[in-house]
Ligand binder design. Structure first.
Ligand code: ADP
Ligand code: MG
Length: 314
């Protein structure tokens, strides 16, 4: 391709909301053999919503939600935000109307006064959060977090979590002083175009793959809905780049598409890194392409544009 052709293609990309960072990036996309998709915020809308809150102790429901929300209040994770939103809503709108009116009059719904004091907070990437509330050790996260803290998961709780996961939801376990006291079920709907884009890539001879820190059962359920058969789940934030390298071993050209901070090493390791425009700045910086519309159809637009610009037989 001539420099003019590259310039024109870059302009066509920009007009379609596909920012291409240089001619090298434009050229590589035509040879892509695997497209590795992050799950949360890339294939899914990244709008996690609590669908279930189940208390497995004699704790009052409101008390339970306040405790979980307080533990998550310092976390930036989408799951944490979903839990806070749900608890806030419960706290201010699902209580008897007399109390509700009093609270709304006090405009407390705008403040965080209902949250409990938290000490010794720590966020454990890929696992959850840990903290102390009123002298009690609180854990909120996945099985790994529970296992590492020697919290036993009773059978009836495990069964409940499995049920959530089989319907593509994430089960978040809550423990107080090493006893599981409840589970939150969280759903994150697929982007509307996801399945069509996966089908389109397959038709182009490109193999789609999904990589996620989420658990295997949820990952497989989501992958099945969207039409992806190759799944890598329970991948620690540091491990996504290793997944990319494993696909590059035989010389294949690999594209990674992601939105999160934990995707940036993988975006950098990939031959073609594509960041979701609505994603974090760190991901956008690490990528070769930015999909400004945050629409997965633009993965196809990008590959198409490269193929049309560089293939000799056309
Ligand atoms: P992803 O690859 O989907 O972005 P992460 O690596 O951010 O996933 O997280 C992986 C898993 O770790 C989550 O599915 C969840 O089970 C657990 N986790 C991480 N952070 C939190 C949190 N703040 N609260 C509850 N669970 C969490
Ligand atoms: Mg993500």
């Amino acid at each position: 391709a001539t420099p003019t052709a590259v310039m024109v293609a870059t302009g066509v990309g920009a007009n379609n909301g596909v920012l291409i960072k240089g001619g090298d990036a434009l050229e590589k996309a035509q040879k892509v053999k695997y497209v590795i998709f992050d799950k949360t915020g890339t294939l899914t809308q990244g709008k996690a919503t609590v669908t279930t809150a189940k208390v497995f102790s004699d704790m009052d429901r409101g008390e339970f939600l306040t405790l979980v929300a307080s533990a998550e209040s310092s976390s930036e994770h989408p799951l944490a935000k979903a839990i806070l939103g749900y608890a806030r809503h419960f706290h201010f709108f699902d209580v008897p109307s007399a109390i509700k009116d009093a609270q709304i009059q006090g405009l407390e719904s705008k403040s965080s006064a209902w949250l409990l004091d938290v000490s010794d907070f720590s966020a454990l990437p890929g696992e959850g959060v840990q903290c102390f509330i009123g002298g009690n050790k609180i854990l909120v996260g996945n099985r790994k977090l529970m296992t590492e803290n020697r919290v036993a998961i009773p059978n009836h709780v495990e069964n409940f979590v499995v049920e959530l996961e089989e319907s593509a939801k994430t089960g978040v376990l809550v423990a107080c002083n090493n006893d599981v006291i409840g589970v939150m079920g969280i759903a994150d709907p697929l982007k509307r175009e996801a399945a069509v884009v996966i089908e389109g890539l397959k038709k182009m001879g490109v193999t789609p793959v999904m990589v996620t820190g989420d658990n295997w059962r949820t990952a497989k359920a989501v992958a099945k809905e969207v039409g992806i058969t190759d799944v890598r789940a329970e991948v620690m934030p540091s491990g996504k780049a290793d997944v990319i390298r494993s696909f590059q071993k035989d010389g294949s050209v690999v594209a990674m598409i992601g939105d999160g901070i934990n995707d940036s090493p993988a975006l950098a390791a990939a031959d073609v890194g594509m960041a979701i425009g609505a994603g974090t700045d760190i991901a956008i910086e690490a990528a070769d392409y930015v999909l400004m519309r945050s629409n997965l159809e633009d993965v196809i637009t990008a590959i198409d544009l490269s193929r049309k610009t560089f293939s000799r037989i056309r």
